[in-house]
Design a binder for this molecule. Sequence first.
Ligand code: SF4
Ligand code: SF4
Length: 462
Amino acid sequence: MHCGLCLPTCPTYVETGRERSSPRGRIALMRSVADGDLELSRDLAEELDYCVGCLACQTACPAGVEYVSLLEAGRAAGEEAKLLSTPSRSVYRWLGMKLLMTRPWLLRLMARGVSIQQIPWIRKTLYRLGLMYLSPPALRKLEPTAPLMDPPFSDARIDSVESPPAKWWKGEPRARVALLTGCVQDISYARVNRATADVLLAAGCEVVTPRAQPCCGSLHAHNGEVDLAKQMARRTLDQFAPGALTPLDRLDAVISNAGGCGSHLRHYTNLLGDDPAYAELASSWDAKVRDAQEFVWHLVGGRQKAEGSKEAPPSRLETVLEESPSPTGGGARGGGAPGTTSSSSKRLTYDASCHLCHGQKVVNQPVELLRRLPGYEFVPLAESDWCCGAAGVYTITQPEQAGKLLERKLGNLRAAEPDVIATANPGCMHQLNLASRGDESLKIARVVHPMELLAEAVHGSR
Ligand code: SF4
Ligand code: SF4
């Protein structure tokens, strides 16, 4: 099919108007290479690198074309042929993807060091003494925009097994779930992992959190490192194999709270389906991975109530969420938005992570939860499902296009006039936080993960 329905949803096509920079164009180019009609060239590798990887085209496609697999295979072929290789790119990829992201202990050690360097007076002193100028120019350029480290990390904040306290849930836990703490999420947003554990406990779940979890491999898969992606997937699965401390068959679900990771984690069969040692486990795994918002909404939202599970006592989370969603605001601040929100309500908007909405198809659940939070007026964000430009390492590999996407997002955010911006992916949180701090109209807006707001409601801290 060549219908072109995906074209208007593609940020790089909308920006350039070029067929080759559209999903249809990229698929046609990759097909020509596969058919032997076109050589795999540097031009093609650059075109695939220019793709944001937002997967908006997958949502738009009526034929169900799974663009992400084609993109990952195309990028892997480009990497194998070293079409984009330069000495500095090779060093940074080796350092980032091969050294740090494959060794959780080293990543955490590095993050501890960076957290010290990020203490304002130490950072200032390092610049004043000229020591920061000893680092490579590329790293120095990135340093002011690096995500803030968030020690202590998840293992120190969350016990390996936590049961719902009696004040939050009566009786046996309604589900036993594993919490995935991620790699970037773990070092930069460990508080989001703690909040997620709290929300799951408040929903009546027992939460199991394996120690020193490895990276899930999504960054490797999206950037053409298929062998490493497979290695990371195997390591992740090893923690849940029969005989491990947390065997998969004793879990009701495996929870991810990072949109990008979850989108990759749900498809381990694509990577390991032909590996006899892992294919079966990967298939059971794919069936159990759930996004945090998706799973929590499934437990406390309409579904179970509609199925008539009336005997179950309400969990703490159910008691704090309002029965009916707040009327949706949308007018200007103080301009008499539709509905009846009090003047003390904070304006809360939601920006969808691309891989959560387009990759995982988790669209309504975060909004449904946020609309039931007491004390907030929910304000819809125009083009919420349009990429903010974070997209993994896109701000580094394609800074110009990433900047354009960010500017478009900021325009929509300014129009929403939010006090709080919720988004469910560490890259998006970082991108929006950094940009809003430098924006006159948005600088007081707080950027949070939906799980943080839910946890605050559960603890009564708002
Ligand atoms: S993933 Fe996004 S940027 Fe890439 S082709 Fe699809 S819509 Fe366009
Ligand atoms: S990828 Fe899907 S939406 Fe895009 S042109 Fe092909 S069939 Fe149509």
